[in-house]
Design a protein around this ligand. Structure first.
Ligand code: SF4
Length: 334
């Protein structure tokens, strides 16, 4: 068991413990991207990470699997898988963990699948690496079974096909088959349906829902509808910081951070009423080199106070399981 922010956490699979990362600019300075992230993914549960593009969601996912570009620099903290600090692993050790204990599904499957190898070969490659006890025949049967499981019809034939012979939705199913091939403890899905047509999105979501519960899930998305469908807990990120974390019900129905409230207000279907105008949060997420002082959301916040411009709010616990980073709740005003 490990202490996370003073709390015993026996069922945590993945723990970000005060993790910070940045990138080196042309002058050799480190520009902070992720600031002191502390959260965990629990066994058998799904955590959604939500925020606009540029909030640091994908870099958080890539940090968990140590697939960051060479320009990225870890500034502090730790990332634990069970009791092992992934930041202390060699690249060789990480290769055993990736695809074995942690698997990742990316937004665009065509860029993740090798176009010159059959899908069967690619699934079998994962099995050969992480389950060496399987014979070539067993690997082939497993690949066919996995394709069947993710809804590819006639898998005995399709196993020989190449990625370009599959539609976008089918390629994403193949990626999911590869990801679940070795029963990972944690599946990280980064915008798994964003590149797909709406009807295909629904099918892939239904598949993910069906597979849910076999392990833990970290779902990265800008789409709160998908979070509502799949996740139990939610982290809202803004400009590299966690601004609110809570169970999905609280985030969707009673968010208290002005940014989360803005995200929710931007979804027309959750209001259950016709709107004349769809709300949108004014302004844009700043680039990391232009992150504002104090609360990074202050230039876009309609409740901004003088204090917000100069002092970064702490992540304040509201109650068990619900924390928020905003001066309105930090006690700094009383
Ligand atoms: Fe808005 Fe201030 Fe809260 Fe930031 S700290 S979200 S600027 S009220």
């Amino acid at each position: 068991m490990r202490e996370v922010q003073g709390r015993q956490a026996p069922d945590d699979i993945l723990i970000f413990d005060n993790y910070s990362a940045g990138y080196l600019d042309d002058d050799g300075h480190i520009i902070n991207l992720l600031d002191s992230l502390s959260f965990s993914v629990k066994e058998g549960r799904a955590l959604g990470i939500v925020g606009e593009s540029g909030c640091g969601k994908s870099i958080t996912g890539l940090s968990a699997i140590r697939l960051l570009s060479k320009q990225l620099v870890v500034q502090g903290g730790a990332i634990f898988l069970g009791n092992e600090n992934l930041l202390e692993k060699t690249e060789r050790e990480m290769q055993d963990i990736r695809g074995g204990k942690i698997a990742m599904i990316f937004q665009e499957p065509m860029t993740s699948l090798n176009p010159v190898l059959s899908v069967g070969f690619q699934i079998e490659e994962v099995l050969a690496r992480h389950r060496p006890e399987l014979s070539p025949d067993d690997r082939r049967s497993s690949a066919i079974e996995l394709l069947r499981e993710v809804g590819i019809s006639a898998p005995e034939k399709r196993v020989e096909d190449y990625p370009h012979q599959f539609s976008g939705g089918m390629r994403q199913r193949v990626m999911i088959a590869m990801a679940i091939a070795c029963h990972p403890l944690l599946l990280i899905a980064d915008e798994p349906t964003t590149a797909l047509d709406v009807t295909i999105q629904a099918q892939v979501l239904a598949l993910m829902k069906r597979l849910k519960g076999r392990g833990s899930l970290m779902l990265i998305t800008h789409n709160l509808g998908i979070i509502a469908d799949l996740c139990e807990e939610v982290l809202v990120m803004y400009a590299g910081r966690i601004v609110e974390k809570a169970d999905v019900e609280t985030i969707l129905k009673k968010p208290i951070h002005p940014y989360t409230q803005g995200l929710i207000a931007s979804i027309p279907t959750l209001r259950g009423e016709r709107q004349k105008f769809l709300y949108s949060i004014p302004g844009m997420v700043p680039a990391a080199k232009n992150f504002p002082s104090g609360c990074r959301f202050h230039p876009r916040c309609d409740r901004c106070m003088d204090l917000c411009r100069v002092e970064a709010p702490p992540l304040t616990k509201i109650r068990d399981g619900h924390s928020v980073r905003c001066h309105l709740y930090s006690g700094a005003l009383s």
